[in-house]
Design a protein around this ligand. Sequence first.
Ligand code: MG
Length: 256
Amino acid sequence: MARNTSLKIARVRAEGRTSTAIIRGRRVHLVKGGPLGSLQETGDIYPMSQVELLAPIQPGKIVAIGLNYYTHIGDRTIPSKPEPFLKAPNSLIGPSSSIILPPNAGRVDEEGEVVAVISRRAKNLTEDQVDDYVLGYTCGNDVSAREWQAGDLQWWRAKSSDTFTAMGPWITTGLDPEAIDIEVRLNGKEVQKASTSEMIYSVRACIAFITSAMTLEPGDVVYTGTPGATSQLSAGDIVEVELGGIGVLSNPVAAG
Ligand code: MG
């Protein structure tokens, strides 16, 4: 597939079947195989209103970067290298699924982020090589329980409670990862606004750094950090993460 073609690759449920699909306008074109395959169209086409969009990929692992925008650092020290951590696949949800607030978690925040989807096995990459290993980008919400994040030794439940990793609505190919606009809205009100050009460590630098220690496999995803100040989520909220060139990931928030 040529680098400069831009495709929107989704996973959908249509008439009870789960399938990979290409989105063109408001039409959903089903394709054979998975999102990392040849994307050969089956000829089945649905209007968007008749399918359910799912998380666009089912990653083996979810790596996320902490403290990667100057505006999110506050009075903390600027990291001397990218700071990856892991989120568990049980936490993954797709568009429109509810983010569930655990009853005893205290404050839970949204974190709107750009998510890179890895297309092939990657180890010891240089920054210049990274684009050849990324299928595309999608919108992510790295939901975070702040009191558990501060009080637990590990971030296992602060970052990986069920429903704490929202992703979608689809993967867009052909984007420049250093020029993606991010806007997060809570109940329609803008709460985060930034560009990936404001990152401390670029998307390419973060992915290269991860692969210096950890092999990334096809379908793995990398959440690349959140800008500015994040906002607390409450039951009944709607949180939207919009990325330029991709679209909007929208999730309702519910009490657990
Ligand atoms: Mg984050």
